[in-house]
Design a protein around this ligand. Sequence first.
Ligand code: ASP
Length: 448
Amino acid sequence: MKVCKFGGSSLADTAQVAQVCDVVLGDPDRRLVVVSAPGKRFKDDIKVTDLLIACANARLDGTPTDEALEAVVARYREIQETLGVDSAVTEAISENLATTVAGSTEHRERFMDAMKAAGEDNSARLVAAELQRRGVDARYLNPGDAGLLLSDEYGNARLLPESYDHLARLREAEGITVFPGFFGYTREGEVVTFPRGGSDITGSILAAAVKADLYENFTDVDSVCAVDPDLAPDVQPIGEITYREMRELSYAGFGVLHDEAIIPAVHAGIPIRICNTNRPELPGTLIMAEREVTHGSVVGVAGSSGFCTVFASKYLMNREVGFGRRFLQFFEEEGLSFEHMPSGVDNISIILREDELDEATEGRIVAHIRDEMGADSVSVEHGLALVMVVGEGMRYTVGVARRATAALAEANVNIEMINQGSSEISIMFGVKEGDRTAAMKALYAEFF
Ligand code: ASP
């Protein structure tokens, strides 16, 4: 059994939805299908999820929602009509959206999640209807009925482990099951979504639950590439990659697969194939537990913006028992999740995502570290980008750091911070936002 997930661009218009159904029917093992909401049809198009967010915001602001809602319905209607699917589907979609937008806004995040989830939910209804029109035994399945239970962290949900037992039953389902990605339900029965791009996570969880032989993640590129293809002409495609490598690259900006989508499948021993909906015959990229290191020590170079550093120094920090705990405890109390924590003899830095830190929080952090923890100096630096060089082979190769730092120096990029993960499969450089592209190009040129 294979679980296949189709991304937003694969659901964007009639031709793509038809192609999705062709791909599904091209292999009898593809019995569990996860779909995203319709994505962009062309460069400046708007994804259905973003239309839904705009519509939800209009409701929250007390402005009319009719136009925004009709823009969403129109996307589905066009596909339904041109496929020749019964118009009852669009009527159901329209009704579903009207009910959702009229729902309670008392809890803003909860309302927003219910709206966002409607994109995937209705996509799944439409794909199931098209498969039925073709005479296939297929049905839409609601994640609540399937028992996909998530934490009540709206917009940022995590799986509740008991879901696996519920979802395992899908292995026995007759015919083809079409499952909406991106959302599940809290124990209290409220709709809650994963972070953006989270349909990948749904697919991975389902693959793990039904013990699939393969999790196929269909998208609009032939394979994962060693660097952002916009930065290098003739960029090298990656044939095989380990899940550890992929996790680090996705974390640092590889947009092909959500970084939280790797672990569920791989923990269950299920390989993931990234492949192109429009060229399903190509091998794509296989993400697996182990690979033979054949093409050099570095597998990819990634970069991501939007980080900041809180830096604190205090003489004899190395001898002060409990400093680290108290330092981190404050971040916990503020509800801040930190990304990295490089430290020195008398200093420590915390790297956070920029969007976690508003001005007031920043002020409280600085005051706490200076006044309560007695730091000699404390500062917050904004506009940091993280650039990563990743590869399992690095562990056994001498001189990767030397080559990387030399390449950055030649490109005139100042390194603000270096961090080699304890796993030794990546080296991370903190650079100024404005240097990110130059750094990535220089590193790619060096290693490929
Ligand atoms: N539709 C959602 C988004 O745009 C989730 C997804 O596509 O995976 O983020």
